[in-house]
Design a protein around this ligand. Structure first.
Ligand code: PEP
Ligand code: MN
Length: 448
């Protein structure tokens, strides 16, 4: 791995989806400050995650990646983080039981603050006529509020991302090692879901099986450390070059650059150009990385990206996160998987069942259908089963709260219901019940 290019070199290559800052001195000061701050994660932890993703790519583990589309500073509260963590742990127990392999738990959290947008501007009707302002690019860049002051990109926010991520990660580490993630506790929450929610009742049989397995373990006196604590990793889309570059450090063990702002970082669908600055940057860091692949990606694109991003074919290094949409995955995915596999390229295939299924409801809300999410995961399993390849995991946008952002599911949320509690600032998320429902449904797919 050659040395990390400078920020200036990366910008010279041309980076998409970057904010237009109007105060270069303030931006430079923020970057300089970030460079002095301690790492949020250790390179050794990133390597550990890489080994686990390698196991997932062989079918010896299963990756569950989930959390907000876009975290917000005001949303980074203890309650929110706890609820998000709780639902992911609940999902993980169900999936672990069904897959009979460890579930690798990766949050879209503690750093998921920057968003690519389809347009640089947003226009809204006001009593004084239409007003156009810069698009909201995530709390890392500007404010969601539709005023010129709020929408102006502010470099100080990059430091806020760091501090907000640090406090979230601190809480996550405390929860996951301090007893909150105790397996019996998590199973009790699942049992409550099955008992108390009409949707949960469908999953009584599987919950009872898990219960019997745990009772058996208890009866024989098995009480491994893994029952009381879990490994939990952070991830985000590494979009803003200033932030990601400033948070890239040389690891003293390996003398390689690592992005120490998150364990895993990914390249979004809009920034995966082979000759773009993001691919160049990612080719120099040693973290486990993801790269989104949508329906426009060809098998040759996938091969070229793998050659750039993982030239040594290191297992666990590269995850292709496919996001075709329920209607396209069965036709589009096989060509990619076939060719990549035939060339002997080592990747983990993960299904993002969200981003190919977004549409605007008649009342203007950005939403998805739960049934499409489920169908895309089913299509993903079908394709891999037919090819004899490994479905290594799923990526979801979800929350532990009872929001109303995705229609359908056992609670049969309809378009009118979206208005009830729609809180996402960018993409719609599965709520708590939908997340658990998805986990039980995917568990059924894993068992077949
Ligand atoms: C996302 O994961 O929130 C996202 C923007 O995805 P994609 O790059 O696949 O559109
Ligand atoms: Mn999203």
């Amino acid at each position: 791995m050659s040395s990390l290019p400078s920020l200036e070199q990366l910008h010279a290559i041309g980076a998409k989806q970057q904010p237009s800052y109007d105060d270069p001195a303030a931006l430079a000061a923020a970057v300089e400050r970030l460079r002095t701050l301690p790492p949020l994660v250790f390179a050794g932890e990133c390597d550990e995650l890489k080994a686990k993703i390698a196991a997932a790519s062989r079918g010896e583990a299963f990756l569950l990646q989930g959390g907000d589309c876009a975290e917000t500073f005001v949303g980074a509260t203890a309650d929110n983080t706890r609820n998000k963590l709780r639902v992911l742990l609940q999902m993980a127990v169900v999936l672990t039981y069904a897959a009979s392999v460890p579930v690798v738990k990766v949050g879209r959290l503690a750093g998921q603050y920057a968003k690519p947008r389809s347009s640089d501007t947003e226009t809204r009707e006001t009593p004084e006529g239409p007003v156009t302002l810069p698009a909201y690019r995530g709390d890392a860049v500007n404010g969601f509020e539709f005023t010129p002051e709020s929408r102006r990109p502010d470099p100080q926010r990059l430091l806020d991302v760091y501090h907000s991520s640090a406090s979230t990660l601190n809480l996550v580490r405390a929860f996951t090692t301090g007893g909150y993630a105790d397996l019996r506790q998590v199973h009790t929450w699942n049992s409550e879901f099955v008992r108390n929610s009409p949707v949960g009742q469908h999953y009584e049989a599987m919950a009872a099986e898990i219960d019997r397995a745990l009772t058996f373990m208890q009866a024989i006196g098995a009480d491994p450390d893994e029952f009381h604590r879990v490994d939990f990793y952070s991830s985000h889309e590494a979009l803003l070059l200033e932030y990601e570059h400033a948070m890239t450090r040389i690891d003293s063990r390996t003398e390689q650059p690592y992005n120490v702002s998150g364990h895993m970082v990914w390249i979004g669908e809009r920034t995966r150009q082979l000759d773009g600055a993001h691919v160049e940057y990612f080719s120099h860091i040693s973290n486990p990385i993801g790269c989104k692949l949508g329906p426009s990606a060809t098998a040759d694109d996938a091969l070229a990206l793998a050659a750039r991003l993982n030239p040594t074919n290191e297992p666990g290094r590269l995850t292709f996160i496919t996001r075709f949409g329920a209607g396209k995955i069965r036709d589009g995915l096989p060509a990619l998987v076939e060719k990549v596999t035939a060339e002997g390229v080592d990747v983990a295939w993960v299904c993002d069942a969200m981003h190919g299924n977004t549409f605007e409801a008649s009342n203007g809300y950005k939403t998805r259908r739960f049934e499409d999410v489920l169908d895309e995961v089913q299509g993903f399993f079908d394709v891999h089963r037919a090819l004899g390849t490994v479905p290594a995991g799923i990526l979801v946008e979800n929350t532990g709260d009872d929001v109303t952002e995705i229609i359908g599911g056992g609670e049969e949320l309809d378009e009118q219901g979206l208005a009830h509690r729609y809180e996402s600032v960018v993409d719609p998320r599965l709520n708590r019940v939908q997340s658990l429902e998805l986990a039980f449904q995917v568990a059924g797919m894993l068992q077949k």
